[in-house]
Design a protein around this ligand. Structure first.
Ligand code: HEM
Length: 140
């Protein structure tokens, strides 16, 4: 991730956070439209879940310069996700739906460079989460 991309993410985060509720609703709506089979995995209230996701985005955004510090936490998050029934192939669907939700909520303000910068952050987190999942012992 380039310094310019980090700056774009930091600068745009307040306006994303201000739209966190509509973004969460758009995101889950889109995700369940793409793959309705994922809906039953989510047991908690979607609004509460959306808040947790936004808290995680806050953590990512504020730690862009020392992303390594987040690795243990993200690996553990990925391992909990395995317990929710999440598989590695679900990650691109979540990334795609989240970036779509940002773009719809921000409309024309979500230009290509911003989309690429945010996709990079979410993909970085997803990669570490999947690494955590891959480290789990598997029964043959
Ligand atoms: C960058 C990727 C992702 C991030 C940052 C993320 C973040 C989170 C966070 C912070 C939680 C709260 C619970 C906890 O801390 O254990 C959570 C729960 C959950 N996530 Fe994710 N997640 C990601 C990817 C995914 C993917 C790919 C799926 C698959 C559909 C998914 C499905 C779930 C489910 C089912 C729960 C539990 C919800 C419930 O108990 O109702 N997440 N996620």
């Amino acid at each position: 991730m380039t310094p310019a991309q980090k700056q774009l993410v930091r600068d745009s985060f307040p306006s994303i956070a201000a739209l966190s509720k509509p973004i969460s609703m758009l995101f889950y709506g889109r995700l369940f439209q793409i793959d309705p089979a994922l809906r039953p995995m989510f047991k908690q209230d979607i609004e509460v879940q959306g808040r947790k996701l936004m808290d995680m985005l806050t953590a990512l955004t504020t730690n862009l310069d020392h992303f390594d510090d987040l690795v243990p936490m993200l690996k553990a998050l990925g391992q909990r996700h395995a317990g929710y029934g999440v598989r590695p192939e679900h990650y691109p669907l979540v990334t795609k739906s989240l970036i779509w939700a940002f773009a719809v909520a921000r409309d024309r303000d979500f230009y290509r460079q911003l989309r690429e910068a945010w996709s990079t952050v979410v993909e970085m987190a997803a990669t570490v989460m999947k690494d955590g999942d891959a480290e789990l012992p598997r029964t043959p």
